[in-house]
Ligand binder design. Structure first.
Ligand code: PHE
Length: 337
């Protein structure tokens, strides 16, 4: 095919393309001029039969013609305003992209997940219990005497004569002890409810993580070891722990545990109220009376239990000064995590 012939094809294409007034027409011209049966493609296919110099010259011309026709087609399509074609001509790739709002985990969920992960790494399984409990699981089996003030309507939300919203996650201990035999090593996260005057430090619902381990020869040293490992992993290697004697009906001996304030390093600041220490949990060795209520022989088994307040830990970690922020679900607060 001669130079002239190629030039003529381009001229014809140009004229025909100019007449087009729809994307469909453009598409059929693309087939006619650039498709498998088109003259230009025939030329390109025939190149292999030409010799050296000629192949180079004709090949170049045919390729240029192809590019020109492609350009003419694309230009005309764009002038028709047609982004409808499969080629997406008319799309402006320089426009900024659309941002889709990203979902986030609630800071309490996130804190719980992080804490559970740490205990999981130390061999604890995860168990859940119901939020609506009976008096027996919430109090009786946990060695609360019948007249204990915590049982009072003042402190506990009753939903029936013997049913209530659990005031702590400790009833999960009883439910799991009834289900299996030691060794048992479990953490139980979940919501708890207390009828309290609502303030920056207290809310009617909150989250706890219960942990317990029962086996032969479990000691207070095991409890200390696990809690120190947890605190150093979660708050940092420099954190110190302090065990203060305390009382819970279901543990003996009992302790409340403080960590050295990781904001001021124990020197004293606003967060630790110039004490240098922050209380994060209650714990102790499981009381023999608890074992008796689930038919475990306290002469054979011993165990520890602890319970931590998740809001409190999240408040310390993220320096939040009002617990109610976790429950208002103000999007401006939640977006910060
Ligand atoms: N259940 C106790 C509370 O809510 C915490 C605790 C759990 C204490 C386990 C000792 C052992 O205050």
């Amino acid at each position: 095919m001669s130079d002239d012939k190629i030039a003529q094809i381009v001229a014809e294409a140009r004229a025909e393309i100019a007449q087009c007034n729809s994307a469909d027409q453009i598409e059929s011209l693309r087939v006619k001029y650039l498709g498998r049966k088109s003259a230009v493609v025939a030329v390109l296919r025939g190149l292999k039969d030409l010799d050296g110099e000629q192949r180079k010259a004709v090949g170049q011309q045919a390729n240029e013609a192809k590019e020109q026709i492609e350009l003419l087609l694309a230009d005309h399509l764009q002038s028709l305003g047609g982004a409808k074609s499969s080629q997406n001509a008319g799309l402006d790739y320089t426009l900024p992209g659309k941002r889709y709002p990203e979902g986030k985990l609630h800071p309490i969920t996130r804190t719980l997940n992080e804490i559970i992960d740490i205990f999981y790494g130390m061999g604890f399984e995860v168990a859940l219990g119901p939020e609506v409990e009976t008096e027996y699981y919430n109090f009786g089996a946990l060695n609360f005497p019948p007249d204990h003030p915590a049982r009072d309507m003042q402190d506990t939300f009753y939903v029936g004569k013997d049913t209530l919203l659990r005031t702590h996650t400790s009833p999960v201990q009883i439910r799991e002890f009834e289900k299996r035999k030691p060794p048992i090593r479990i953490v139980a996260p979940g919501r708890s409810y207390r009828q309290e005057a609502i303030s920056a430090r207290a809310y009617c619902v909150f989250h706890q993580l219960e942990g317990f381990y029962v086996d032969h020869d479990v000691t207070f040293a095991d409890l200390k070891g696990v809690l120190v490992a947890f605190a150093q992993t979660y708050f940092g290697d420099d954190v110190k722990m302090r065990f203060r004697p305390s009382f819970f009906p279901f543990t003996e001996p009992s302790a409340e545990v403080d960590i050295s304030c990781f904001l001021c390093g124990g020197k004293g600041c606003r967060i630790c109220k110039h004490e240098g220490w922050l209380e994060i949990l209650g714990c102790g060795m499981i009381d023999p009376n608890v074992f008796k209520s689930v038919n475990y022989d306290p002469e054979v088994y011993s165990g520890y239990a602890f319970g931590m307040g998740i809001e409190r830990i999240a408040m310390l970690k993220y320096r939040i000064d009002d617990i109610r922020l976790f429950f208002n679900n103000d999007i401006r607060f939640l977006r910060q995590f």
